[in-house]
Design a protein around this ligand. Structure first.
Ligand code: F6R
Length: 243
């Protein structure tokens, strides 16, 4: 696990955008594992810009998002489907909807949806790059503390800490989703390369525990110690606090 201080969100997002650009140019049918949330916003702006500037054909690229809120359909502005389309997939005409995988939070049978998602993920082989954010409690995807390391895509209950963090995006607290469909920890670990991004003082504790602590299911992100190609990219705020 390599830790890098890339100073700020803009520079870190630029680095990851360039890595994705290189990956897609090297393999036009690349498999990319994508994340949402506040951490990722600049990444999608910069990557869309670079893909357009380089006239890259993305029609063969397969993307798998980590998670979706239960109850959030594509037309719901709070859904991760809407987040991804507004910020990324609508920014380049060639994205092929058949190659965009986001679990459906409004599927009639959510357990079946989770199983199909895991099967689809396995069928494409190892993702080339998986991008991750991290929760204040150390979650990756929505794998909350205590999640077994061998978990796969499934319905998860969100913890009060995660619901509180997510509530900034909702006007009414009663609208904050209590459940999500999330790739599991073992699903995430199948990627060939993993890049985790974290910015700002709210993430100091989680990164401190990740970098300096033990590998334990109490801190889901610590499973990354068991992977041999992981970069943890932080800003100055986090780096200075933990060094
Ligand atoms: C989102 C996801 C979550 C977030 C994490 C951090 O797809 O899987 O693990 O990465 O909750 O969220 P932000 O970036 O909003 O602080």
């Amino acid at each position: 696990m390599q830790l890098y201080n890339l100073r700020n969100k803009q520079l870190a997002s630029q680095y990851v955008a360039i890595e994705f650009l290189k990956q897609i140019k090297a393999r036009p049918d690349a498999v990319l594992g994508l994340a949402t949330g506040s951490t990722m916003t600049d990444l999608y702006t910069q990557l869309s810009d670079l893909l357009n500037a380089n006239h890259v054909d993305v029609s063969g690229v397969r993307t798998f998002n980590l998670d979706e809120y239960v109850g959030a359909g594509p037309k719901d502005l709070h859904s991760y489907y809407a987040y991804m389309h507004q910020r990324f997939f609508n920014q380049n005409e060639q994205w092929n909807e058949d190659n965009i995988y986001i679990p459906s939070g409004v599927a009639e049978d959510l357990d079946q949806e989770a199983k199909h998602y895991e099967d689809a993920l396995k069928a494409v082989g190892q993702p080339d790059i998986q991008i991750l954010g991290i929760g204040e409690n150390g979650h990756i995807g929505f794998n909350e503390p205590g999640t077994p390391f061998d978990s796969q895509t499934r319905v998860v209950d969100l913890t009060p800490s995660t619901m509180h963090a997510n509530s900034v995006h909702f006007k009414h607290s009663e609208d904050v989703p209590k459940q999500a469909l999330s790739m599991g920890l073992s699903s995430i670990m199948r990627a060939k390369r993993i890049i985790l991004l974290a910015f700002g003082d709210k993430k100091i504790d989680a990164i401190q525990r990740l970098v300096n602590g033990e590998t334990t299911e109490d801190l889901p992100a610590s499973i990354l110690h068991n992977h041999d190609n992981v970069e943890i990219i932080v800003d100055d705020v986090i780096y200075q606090a933990i060094k």
